[in-house]
Design a protein around this ligand. Structure first.
Ligand code: ZN
Length: 75
């Protein structure tokens, strides 16, 4: 199975074997789900609450980040 088969899809929409693939390889492939829309994306493409004010979310994709009005923390 290829990573791109599960990218930008929601975990709940994956087939059973795709769910298994994701669960087993999530850390290794550095994938995570957006907290809001639940799309699977690269950990590095997501906005995390350690770097940004996400209005209560832990991690968001770019779209949800903009929807929620997230902003970078000021130094
Ligand atoms: Zn999202």
């Amino acid at each position: 199975m290829k990573t791109k088969q599960i990218m930008y899809r929601r975990y709940v929409d994956l087939l059973p074997q795709e769910k298994r693939f994701y669960t087993i390889n999530q850390e290794y492939l550095e994938l995570n789900e957006c907290n809001k829309c639940e799309e699977i994306e690269s950990t590095y493409d997501l906005y995390w609450d350690c770097d940004y004010n996400l209005k209560g979310w832990t991690c968001l994709c770019k779209e949800c980040y903009e929807e929620e009005g997230g902003e970078p923390f000021e130094n």
